[in-house]
Design a protein. Sequence first.
Lengths: 466, 400
Amino acid sequence: MIQAIEWGIITYFLSLNSVYLLLVISSLIYIRQQMLLSDVVKPSSLFKSKVYKTISILVPAYNEAGNIIESVESLLRLEYPEYEIIVINDGSSDETIERLKDHFKLTKTELFYKQSIDHQPVRGIYKTAEIPNLTVIDKENGGKSDALNAGINVSDYDLVCSIDADSILEQDVLKKLIQTFVRHKDTIAAGGIVRVINGCKIVNREIKEIHVPDGFLGRLQSVEYLRAFLFGRVGWDYLKSLLIISGAFGIFDRKAILEVGGYSVDSVGEDIELIIRLHSHFLRSKKEYNIRFLPEPICWTEVPVDYKSLKNQRNRWHRGLADSLWRHKYMLFNPTYGRIGLLVMPFFLIFELIGPIIILLSYLYLGVLFFIPGYTSISFIVLFFAVSVIYGMVVSLISVLAEEIAYKTYSSTKDILILTAYSFIENMGYRQIHSYWQVLGIIDFIKGNKSWGKMERKGFKANSAS
Amino acid sequence: MYLSLTYQTVLLLLMLLLTTFLYLLVYTFWTRAKKKYWSRYKVKFRAMFMPLILDYIETANRQSDADDVIKKLTRRNEDIVLFLEILDEITEILNGDDRKKLNWLIKHALFDRFYRKKLYSNSVNAQLLACVYYSKSGYLNRKMTVRLISLISSRNTKVAYASAKVLQNSTNEYIRLNTLKSFFKRPDASSMMIGELLHLFHQNADKIYQMSGILLKQLLLQKDIPKDRKQLVIDYIAYHNLYEYSLFLRNYLQTVLYRFENKSLIVSLINALGELRVKEAGTLIRSYSTIQNAEIRICCVEALNQLGGSDNLSFITGMLLDIEFDVRKRIIQTLVQDPDNGHLLLEKFMLTYLKFVSKVWTSELPPNDMLVFINKLRSITTGIRITSANKALHFNPVQK
């Protein structure tokens, strides 16, 4: 019996890390393929024709008075021939709407649009003749999904791009991402790599120097983001089985979102839930579709640097995953949903959702063995640490190095050495604590907790040079 | 149990992984060091050659003057690549005689020899580099053409595309057309690649203008070319205002039967007829405005508006009671923006139907289907009010 449990634990960790390793390697091959003389296919003709699509950028804002003006100003500088910005003030209790009205000299107006998706009542719509592509919606509080739904209703363009008000986009981000829609026929959604902005030098909301964060938690998250985006996005995209497009930055075909009824307002993982729903809808209706990922760093986001905010964020992410898998449980092991139902969702269920429980139980088992004389098996302990901790370290390290080989994002060698060191440290304590937060997330999901939790953010001004 | 073969295998695997990691670590820092070295070298190289090239452009009189600059190259592969990078940058800002002098440099025999070897090699990377060079230099001879034609059928999309781009430099229109035709048939070719090739195909139009006109028509009439590719050709014609295709496009639309799989092609054709202002296509476009697909009806509204004329505007006004909100919205936007009779037509519409509505309200409770109709009217009047107000305040965003 004991041997069976021990073999079960070893096999689980071995499989988990082997799948991660395979995904990292496949993503590295994919990135190399993509980058091999990418200038052969320059999009020079794209904007000399009508092949490109128009884009509405949706910016849900809740109590963003500190960042909102800079955020909108930076969005107005994006390089793209035809786009509009729709800021949705989601019933903020601070001065978000007043600042927007004052700074951009907005006037209250009405827009003629169809309320295709339900959302909380709109208090007013604001525009200015000076910036015709800027619209501000002031609505009752209803959460991020509700705000996005209001934006989708008002938007009039082919694609909608949802971004967090506290993220920074590369200036040519839309030009880069639109290529995904042009290259792959029937693309309905696309995402790109999100990187940690803490520690970077920012001038006028433009990143001038890329560095790793100063703090311990920030650095750990940098390694996490590198790994997660390599195998969690690029790797799955290589297998044409993408299940997550980050809520911080994603671009969608407006008609496709309307077809599935918009964002789900009672989900805390609105990003993953929407993607699963899109897969479900298009696979069921047997329509051709593509959900793709652009393997280039395009969006920079601030990560929480205090223990409590990080705990809340990870708890919410895991609740979101649990909620999305639960809502779409009919897809699991269902051949109607192809590789999404037979491979990707079971993987997310067994390794991503239940994984933390198994990890914690394994450590508990190890602890119990330690206190029972005669049962402690040194060989098992060695093997356990080999397949869980060391193998985990190897995967993290290869992710950091893969990022370095592919992108060379960080300009200084010191940064790479720090990240290399943190990919060791991450596996000794942080990942175990992270699993604990995720288990708490599952418990909260079972209890029906749908709150977002408090998040403390420093804002970009902390990193700004001017 | 743990000392079994499995245990040893797992340990061996871990050793292997650790070795891989160490290799990657060394490789990472090696590439970083190499990158740093080459960036420094590039700076020095530019500092030396940029003034030389600029001086050459000012003083050169004949093609052989290029040799003096080329002689200074150490002929290392990296030098050749860096030198061409500089030329590429300068090309963007030069024209006329200066550009001609720069072309003497770009087409120099040294580079030709260097890249010709790459073109005939089996390495995909080398083939791509050669194609990039030849599409910039514009140099193409018969032997190379044969090689490039063989590369169009390469399994690698980028190689096929890059060679198709080079072949668009050919002075032989049939080679250019056949290149396009074979590339259009590739299922892996993206719209972006096709758009670029069309652009290259049609450039220098004064030389092959007549011929390319016939060739684009051939592409549209060819049965084995996929519809989405034909759609791109039509979009290209419309975007570049190639008026000489007007009647051809009208006749072409007549031959396309309405089926769901033809929807995008029909939309492109109607849009093109509108953008090219083919007045003779008015009746044909109107006949499409009754088709059940809302996307087609919207593009009919836009095309009829572009054709202009009171008949077309009155026809659009008649479509205001369309079942689809998006169609109604587009009609209202079109009429409100119309500088001539749009507002009069809207006024007439409102007066006609509002009288009717007030009659219904005052007589008795309207039946359910009448309520649907009245709600639609209410939506239309709201739309007219809001869109007109926004026009007065200049709030209307630019439409695609």
